[in-house]
Design a protein. Structure first.
Length: 75
């Protein structure tokens, strides 16, 4: 059984598709890139962190029991 998951390091076209923006928009976001040989790649961790910081539209999601236990509050 083959597992399907996103790569950790992604070139611009893949990284843009991963977060749902154009390559031009991605380049304009100022996200850090890493050097992998002669290539510049985006780290999935940085892309996820960027997406996590985006504000929600409308009502905020409620904190679940784990969040309440560890004192995490929705921002």
């Amino acid at each position: 059984m083959a597992e399907h998951f996103p790569p950790r390091l992604m070139p611009t076209p893949v990284a843009a598709r991963y977060i749902g923006v154009s390559e031009t928009k991605l380049r304009g976001l100022g996200l850090p890139r890493k050097k992998l040989g002669g290539k510049r790649v985006y780290d999935r961790v940085d892309l996820d962190a960027y997406a996590d910081r985006l504000p929600y539209e409308g009502a905020q999601p409620e904190a679940d029991e784990c969040d309440k236990l560890f004192g995490v509050v929705a921002s």
